[in-house]
Design a protein around this ligand. Structure first.
Ligand code: NAD
Ligand code: UDP
Length: 315
């Protein structure tokens, strides 16, 4: 197999750092670019000094000139708490980050994969969501900086492909969880696990009847790598996620059971525009990538709980 030079933007984040591990293990040269906004050096500390690994502290809203064969564009805060903290920066990261990485891909003829999201479907009326569905996104709400930023990034990917022949891949990632999510990430799986381990109240927003479909990171990383490896004719978008759907209340009950916690469930107000249901139709990923997730929620949660116990202990 040919050794490639691979750029991962957002490489010090939760998913990006696992992708760094995976691609280094395959023998590639990995350039990990990150401004450490939500990512952390802790996620990549074990890679510093590896002969095929370089960390570049850089903000992807600024152009960058590198020689690479492939680009995984993951830079963007993914937790609602973090992407809503500085919404203007969030949409700049998605839009200017896409322009800068696509410009780089065009210049050096690299293949580029965009980490898009199930959020492009907004609060969907079609269930489960196939890639053909155009979505129901509020363009002016508090989630718009993320949703519309990601939609614009998909648009830019398609336009660079049609206008300049850039080799692109778009994956739409559904809720993914696992070790290396930040303790203060704010997304539901890490929140519930941290609360349960600490014996604090489990904060269910709304009545907990809204649904999500949770994918363990190992499955997701396989899907992303599989998509990058497809022939140039396959550009996506392709949904990647685990179709097993749970209510948020069921998730809370699972976390309490698996941690053996004495935490109580409390109900807090539902944030604006919180999607009521979400489940991927993964027919395309099955057909094109021969990919389907294999790790059930209880198994993935158990591994993630182990990780957070260690992370909280070492604070
Ligand atoms: P994360 O917050 O852990 O990772 C994002 C990384 O991007 C962080 O390391 C952060 O510091 C970096 N970053 C943010 N803004 C940047 C900028 N301007 N310049 C350079 N680096 C920047 O989140 P994650 O869950 O690992 O998500 C990775 C990607 O996958 C994101 O693009 C996200 O939108 C997408 N995604 C994730 C999920 C999921 O459930 N985990 C679902 C859908 C899409
Ligand atoms: N949620 C919750 N309690 C929390 C964090 C999130 O009930 O402490 C809910 C949130 O309202 C949403 C779901 O869990 O309905 C998933 O939220 P998350 O922030 O993980 O990601 P989203 O899929 O909304 O982008």
């Amino acid at each position: 197999m040919k050794m490639k030079r691979i750029l991962i933007t957002g490489g010090a984040g939760f998913l990006g750092s696992h992708l760094c591990d995976r691609l280094l293990a395959e023998g590639h040269d990995v350039l990990c670019l990150d401004n450490l906004y939500t990512g952390s050096k802790d996620n990549i500390r074990h890679l510093i000094g590896h002969p095929n690994f370089e960390f570049i502290r850089h903000d992807i809203t600024q152009p960058i000139f590198l020689e690479v064969d492939e680009i995984y564009n993951l830079a963007c805060p993914a937790s609602p708490v973090h992407y809503q903290y500085n919404p203007i920066k969030t949409i700049k990261t998605s839009v200017m980050g896409a322009i800068n990485t696509l410009g780089l891909a065009k210049r050096v003829k690299a293949k580029i994969l965009q980490a898009s999201t199930s959020e492009v479907y907004g609060d969907p009326e079609i269930h489960p969501q196939p890639e053909e569905y155009w979505g129901r996104v509020n363009p002016i709400g508090i989630r718009s900086c993320y949703d519309e930023g990601k939609r614009a990034a998909e648009c830019l990917m398609m336009d660079y492909h049609r206008q300049n022949g850039v080799r692109i891949k778009i994956v739409r990632i559904f809720n993914t969880y696992g070790p290396r999510m930040a303790i203060n990430d704010g997304r539901v799986v890490s929140n519930f696990i941290v609360q349960a381990i600490k014996g604090e109240d489990i904060t269910v927003y709304g009545n907990g009847s809204q649904t999500r479909s949770f994918c363990y990171y190992e499955d997701l990383i396989e899907g992303i790598i599989g998509m990058m490896a497809t022939t140039d004719g396959i550009i996506g978008p392709v949904n990647l996620g685990n179709p097993s759907e749970f209510t948020i209340l069921e998730l809370a009950e699972n976390v309490i059971r698996l941690t053996g916690s004495s935490s109580r469930i409390v109900f807090n107000p539902l944030p604006q525009d919180d999607p009521t249901q979400r489940r991927p139709d993964i027919s395309k990923a099955k057909e094109l990538l021969h990919w389907a997730p294999g790790i059930p929620l209880a198994d993935g949660l158990a591994k993630t709980i182990q990780y957070f116990k260690g992370a909280l202990n070492s604070l």
